[in-house]
Ligand binder design. Structure first.
Ligand code: BGC
Length: 872
């Protein structure tokens, strides 16, 4: 294809998605793809239009190497605070095929440019979390029609803004959860369409959220970050006569008024109560009488901690309609068919003044059809509507629930499927991965993983979305990160979270087991834990291997290095990490392996020091690789340390007959997968055979917990036990992945048998139906069943290594790489395999045969046919 017909497409600034307001750097990097291949020496032309608010549009053109299309450094002089630009790109000077425009503006990056203050209700309304939530309003005049209006918004607590009664933006739970002692995210909105000449009103609903609401398990914490919530508002307007206005929140001009609103209580976990009788009519319209409202007071907060988001907000992504509705003694039960993070929007009608509607949200029903509320612990997820007698569509504002079923109490008349839907919410990200194969159980497992990821990627990566926990548990994402990166572009999301992990690591001298950290129950002491701490290496590395974003790797390298350097100080002379952390339970080890009693998930079979050392070796190897990628000097140093620990591991945890001191599926899997036996082929073979045998003895059921699960199938593959890998993978006996599918799971569960074979909910405390850790097998589905896996940062080189097995006869897998779509469809036909492959621009796809031979494919599409035995 000649260059001229190729168009730059999918322009991106930093790691956002499409157009973006409030970019968080003056020198944003640009990325794009091409609609076809360009020639090697192609120069592309970039047009940058500057739209400084209120100034004449100016244009600049720059020519850059067309191969520089991933994270091109900002090619002209740095932008300014609030500067608005649009970027378009074309291939070749004489082409007139400009790309679509990418528009963005810069946030306020210099704290001294912020003009407002945080303001809130004057008094703290008590220590209880069951308190009413305030609203705030401000009226102002504009003398001509506005042509530019940028609203900068954040809050201590949560906020939803209205401009003349129009909801601002579509985001919920703004500004999300960060370690507020470290930083507070600001969002920018264009509200020019909602403003008008004359009188205008800004209104704000506020709520406790994570800032002041009850958060976390075992009673949680209330008022953790502060006992007053507040909002920060800064609005810049330019009207058609070029008059400029700045409306900034403050407590001294007496224009900002507050009172209590209709939310009589609001809590992320426990739910929200809306009292319609307290919904003040007309407060979002001009000339509303506020004489019985109060003046706001300032809520002190260091504006230097405000920052513009690098990830995207939480938004709706689809709806679920009821799939069944039935009535029982207590009320109506609605099944939405899918467990996930969602909220109900319900058309309330026919209630009279003072009548209540209660909505309980649960993941599963008990065998008798009642909602299974017990696993939620204190996080009861109960919303309440108290009617004033008027019909309305009601959706909560500042809570979020993990559920499939809703129980509705107090509904008048018959509840029908037209009365309600469930709206799905998660942090916005681009879905990069797709998979499908001839086995529907496998497809369902893949989809369940997707749903558990969506449900738990809500501002931070959480363990679960339903019970009184929902914390950024580091171990869970350490194990799931490679899968997460197969499925979605997580670069902005995870990198944002890692920033707080790095901050807290420095504050506490080690990684807390969850970030943002609050002290709860047994976690008041902070002590280094394997796997949970290994998020410091595994998460940034996974992001980097998928995105190729070197800046992100560089930024989080110190976190990775500090973690490894810290663990080095805990090692015994032989390189084994056997020093017990300062928790009564010690290391968490292979957390929740299926032999652990329901209430003691930590009592797993595999020796904890074995697990800890294996993960240390893995982290050390990753750190060595990071050094090579970043051109740093310590690659060899960390490799040597890893080698020493490998030797120590081998001496300590292998007996003379080649069996391990913990004769478990987890132990062999980690030893094989983390390269500990790579220099000892005989031992590797014994380990593989023993792993195979243990699984056979267990009747092809799984015996690993969080730690071993992501690695077991690959360990079988690496040691030539592919047929056992498929037997285990496809078994539906309890415990197994397919058992969850057989039992009707629509998400991946925390424990293998969250639902027991008799249909009862597991009596353990840890019984979530929406944890992503065990879904980490999906990385294996992509790399081995489907057959695609990145091996060089940003998918510059990737493996094409399908290993068909079980009853799977065809598969289709794809990944949107930074340079375009990588795709592999395969189909087995008798003793042949047909491959349809697409390798994107500037990438190399490496077909990897079972013998170890390889065939390299440059960018292009290929239809190939091989004897099946070359792959299995
Ligand atoms: C969470 C887990 C977490 C674990 C560690 C649990 O309560 O739900 O996923 O990693 O605690 O202790």
């Amino acid at each position: 294809m000649s260059n001229k017909r190729v168009k730059p497409i999918e322009l991106k600034v930093e790691n956002y998605l499409g157009n973006r307001l409030g970019v968080n750097t003056y020198v944003p990097r640009l990325s794009w793809k091409y609609s076809g291949n360009i020639e090697d020496d192609t120069k592309v032309v970039i047009k940058i239009e500057h739209h400084l608010p209120g100034k004449k549009v100016t244009e600049e053109f720059v020519k850059v190497d067309g191969n520089n299309n991933n994270y091109l450094p900002w090619p002209i002089k740095p932008l300014l605070d609030r500067e608005l630009v649009s970027v378009s790109i074309k291939v070749d000077e004489d082409s007139d095929e400009w790309s679509d425009k990418l528009e963005f503006d810069v946030g306020i990056l210099n704290e001294f440019v912020f003009e407002g203050r945080f303001i809130g209700y004057p008094e703290c309304t008590g220590k209880t979390d069951h308190r009413p939530q305030p609203i705030i309003r401000r009226e102002f005049n504009i003398s001509a029609k506005p042509k530019y209006a940028r609203l900068y918004l954040t809050s201590l607590g949560l906020v939803e803004a209205e401009a003349n009664g129009n909801r601002v933006g579509e985001d919920i739970l703004t500004p999300g959860w960060t370690d507020y002692d470290n930083r507070l995210k600001v969002e920018a909105y264009d509200i020019s369409d909602s403003l008008r000449k004359g009188k205008n009103v800004l209104g704000f609903y506020l709520a406790d959220g994570w800032y002041r609401g009850r958060t976390g398990p075992v009673g949680g914490q209330v008022n953790y970050y502060g006992d007053k919530i507040g909002v920060y508002v800064e609005l810049h307007v330019i009207d058609e006569d070029d008059n400029e206005y700045t409306i900034a929140s403050n407590s001294y001009d007496e224009k900002w008024k507050t009172t209590m609103g209709p939310l009589v209580r609001s809590n992320i976990y426990e739910g929200e109560w809306f009292d319609q009788r307290k919904d003040i009519s007309g407060w979002l319209k001009p000339d509303f009488e506020t004489s019985d409202w109060q003046d706001v007071s300032e809520v002190p907060f260091d504006r230097g901690k405000m920052y513009f988001a690098e990830d995207l907000p939480i938004r709706m992504d689809g709806i679920h309609k009821p799939v069944s509705i039935f009535k029982n003694d207590q009320g109506w039960i609605v099944d939405f068919g899918q467990n996930c993070t969602q909220r109900i929007s319900i058309n309330v009608h026919g209630l009279s003044d003072g009548q209540e509607l209660i909505v309980n949200h649960v993941e599963v029903l008990n065998p008798d059809g009642t909602p299974a509320i017990r696993p939620l612990r204190r996080g009861i997820q109960q919303d309440k509507f108290i009617s004033s007698g008027k019909d309305m569509t009601w959706e909560t504002k500042f809570t979020i629930h993990g559920f499939r079923y809703a129980q509705i109490i107090g509904w008048q008349g018959d509840l029908t499927e037209d009365d309600l839907v469930a709206k799905v919410y998660h942090s916005e990200m681009k879905q990069n991965g797709k998979f499908n194969c001839s086995n529907d159980m496998v497809n369902r497992l893949h989809d369940n993983t997707l749903w558990s990821m969506r449900s738990n990627f809500v501002s931070i990566p959480t363990d679960c979305p339903q019970r009184d926990e929902r914390l950024g548990w580091t171990g869970d994402i350490a194990l799931f990160a490679p899968t997460a990166c197969d499925l979605y572009d997580t670069t902005g999301f995870l990198s944002n979270w890692l920033e707080d992990v790095g901050y807290e690591r420095d504050k506490f001298g080690t990684l807390p087991v969850y970030t943002p950290y609050m002290p709860f129950a047994g976690w008041k002491i902070i002590s280094a834990l394997a796997i949970w701490g290994d998020a410091a290496t595994i998460v940034p590395w996974s992001i980097y291997m998928n995105s190729g974003d070197k800046k992100v790797l560089k930024r989080h390298y110190p976190l990775a290095k500090k973690w490894v350097d810290e663990v080095i100080t805990y090692l015994s002379d032989d390189g084994v990490w056997d020093r017990k952390p300062a928790y009564d339970v010690g290391q968490l080890g292979d957390w929740l392996d299926p032999t652990a009693p329901p209430d003691e998930p930590v009592k797993a079979m595999t020796q904890k020091e074995l697990v800890a050392t294996a993960f240390f070796i893995n982290s050390c190897s990753i750190l060595s690789e990071m050094n090579s990628q970043l051109g740093l000097k310590d690659a060899e140093y960390y490799k040597k340390i890893a080698d020493k620990s490998k030797a120590g591991f081998k001496n300590r945890f292998f007996k003379s007959n080649g069996y391990m001191t913990s004769d478990t599926q987890c132990a062999y899997s980690l030893a094989i997968e983390f390269g500990i036996l790579d220099d000892f082929p005989e031992l590797l073979e014994i380990a593989g055979n023993r792993l195979d045998e243990l699984i056979l003895k267990a009747g092809n059921t799984i015996a690993t917990g969080f730690a071993g699960t992501p690695y077991i199938l690959n360990a079988l593959l690496k040691t030539n036990h592919i047929s056992r890998a498929y037997k285990l993978f496809l078994s539906d006996k309890c415990p197994s992945w397919m058992y969850q599918i057989k039992m009707g799971g629509t998400t991946t569960w925390e424990r293998w048998d969250s639902l027991l074979p008799n249909g009862e909910v597991n009596p353990g405390e840890m019984t979530s139906f929406n944890h992503y850790a065990l879904g980490s097998v999906t990385h294996w589905i992509y790399s081995t069943v489907g057959g695609l896996k990145t091996v060089k940062p940003g998918w510059r080189e990737f493996l094409i290594a399908p290993r068909p097995g079980g009853n799977i006869t065809n598969s289709s897998v794809s990944h949107i790489t930074p340079n375009g779509l990588a795709k592999l469809n395969w189909e087995v036909s008798e003793d042949e395999i047909l491959l349809h492959i697409h390798v994107p621009f500037k990438s190399v796809g490496v077909i990897s045969f079972k013998s170890g031979e390889e065939k390299r494919l440059n960018s292009g599409s290929y239809d190939l046919r091989y004897p099946l035995e070359k792959f299995v």
